[in-house]
Design a protein around this ligand. Structure first.
Ligand code: NCD
Length: 331
C-alpha cells in the first residue's frame, strides 16, 4: 500500500508487508508517545477529528497522537453541533472540513458512510469506526498488542490460536481483527457468542477459503481452553433494533479469575484483551473486577498502544517518517 495521502477505511487494502511498516514506525514512536523524547514533525498540521458517535478512548487517542507529533486538532463531537441539523449533507460537511484540515478522523454510526466521506474530499481519512462495519486502527493496535504481550514477531503470528468472545455480529473491532489475521497462515479461531450474535457468514467463508481452522460455540470455558490470546468484547447494545433485545444478551459472558484459571491453569499468562469500554453495569462485566490486577490483563496496556500506533499512521500518511527517523537517530 502506498501510505502517502491514503485513506484507512478498512483492513481490506492492507498487505502483510504494510503491517511490518506500520509496526516498525509504531515501535519507533513509543518514546515520543511516552514523552521521553519530543518531536514537532507535524507542527502547523491540523487534524479534523469528527465523531458522530460516542467515544472516549479512540477520539482522545487520535487527538493525543496528533499532539505528540506537534500538530493541532479541531474536534467535532456531535452531529447536532454541525450544519447537518440545518439540512447540510454529510458530503458537504466533509468537503468543507477536508478543506480546513490536513487529515480527517471520522467515526459514523452508519456502515459504509465513510466511503461516502472519502468520495467527497481528497483530504486523507482514517476511519474511527463505521457502525457495525469496521474499526481498522483498533485492529492494528490489537495485533500490535498481541505481538508485544506474547513476544511474537510478525512471522510468529502464523499459527496463533485466538478466542474471540461476545457480540461477533455487530462488533466492528472483531470484523477488522479477523480480516487482519487472515493475512497470516494457520490461525486457529475460537468464536464464542450467543447463536444470534455469531460472526457474519461472509467472514466465516473468507476464513474457510484461506484454510484457517474455526471452532464456533457458546461455552466460554471450552472456547478459551488452550488458546494463546483471549479477546473479549462488549454486547453492542446500541446496534440492536430494540433496546430489550440488546439487554437480553447483557452479561452473556463474564470472564472471572476463577473461570480464567480453570480454563487456562493457575499460573497462566494468556493475555486478555478487550477493545474497551468494558460494560461495568450490574449484570454485564465482560471481564470481572477480580482480574483487575492480574498480570495477564492487557486491556490498559492495549489502550496505551493506541497512541504510538496512531502516531505511526499519521506519520506515514502525512509523509514525515523520514524526517522523524532522522531526528530519532540524531537525538
Ligand atoms: C470499540 C468501538 O467503538 O467499536 N471501542 C473502541 O473504539 N475502542 C468497541 C466497543 O464500543 O465496544
Amino acid at each position: 500500500m502506498h501510505f502517502h495521502g491514503a485513506d484507512i477505511l478498512s483492513i481490506d487494502p492492507l498487505e502483510r508487508s504494510d503491517l511490518a511498516t506500520i509496526f516498525e514506525v509504531a515501535a519507533m514512536m513509543e518514546v515520543y508517545a511516552e514523552h521521553q523524547k519530543i518531536t514537532r514533525v507535524l507542527e502547523g498540521a491540523v487534524l479534523g477529528n469528527l465523531f458522530f458517535e460516542p467515544s472516549t478512548r479512540s477520539r482522545v487517542s487520535f487527538e493525543t497522537a496528533f499532539y505528540r507529533l506537534g500538530g493541532s486538532v479541531t474536534n467535532i463531537l456531535d452531529k447536532t453541533a454541525t450544519s447537518i441539523v440545518k439540512g447540510e449533507s454529510l458530503e458537504d460537511t466533509i468537503r468543507v472540513m477536508g478543506g480546513y484540515a490536513d487529515i480527517l478522523v471520522i467515526r459514523h454510526p452508519e456502515e459504509g458512510a465513510l466511503k461516502e466521506c472519502a468520495e467527497a474530499t481528497t483530504c486523507p481519512i482514517i476511519s474511527a469506526g463505521d457502525g457495525a462495519g469496521e474499526h481498522p486502527t483498533q485492529a492494528l493496535l490489537d495485533l500490535y498488542t498481541i505481538m508485544k504481550e506474547t513476544t511474537r514477531s510478525l512471522d510468529e503470528i502464523n499459527g496463533l490460536s485466538i478466542a474471540i468472545i461476545g457480540d461477533l455480529k455487530h462488533g466492528r473491532t472483531v470484523h477488522s481483527l479477523v480480516k487482519l489475521l487472515l493475512l497470516f497462515h494457520h490461525i486457529h479461531f475460537s468464536f464464542i457468542s450467543p447463536k444470534e450474535l455469531s460472526l457474519p457468514s461472509d467472514l466465516l467463508e473468507r476464513i474457510a477459503s484461506h484454510g484457517h481452522s474455526v471452532r464456533e460455540g457458546t461455552d466460554l470455558i471450552h472456547g478459551i481452553r488452550g488458546v494463546d490470546v483471549i479477546y473479549m468484547t462488549r454486547i453492542q447494545e446500541e446496534r440492536f433494533l430494540s433496546p430489550s433485545e440488546g439487554e437480553r444478551h447483557r452479561g452473556s459472558y463474564s470472564l472471572t479469575k476463577d473461570l480464567y484459571e480453570l480454563a487456562c491453569g493457575p499460573h497462566a499468562r494468556v493475555p486478555i484483551l478487550h477493545p474497551l469500554p468494558r460494560d461495568s453495569r450490574p449484570g454485564a462485566l465482560e471481564i470481572a473486577h477480580d482480574l483487575n490486577n492480574h498480570p495477564a490483563l492487557a486491556i490498559f496496556r492495549q489502550a496505551r498502544n493506541g497512541i504510538p500506533l496512531r502516531m505511526a499512521l499519521f506519520a506515514l500518511i502525512l509523509k514525515v517518517t523520514d524526517k522523524i527517523k532522522k531526528e530519532h537517530s540524531l537525538q
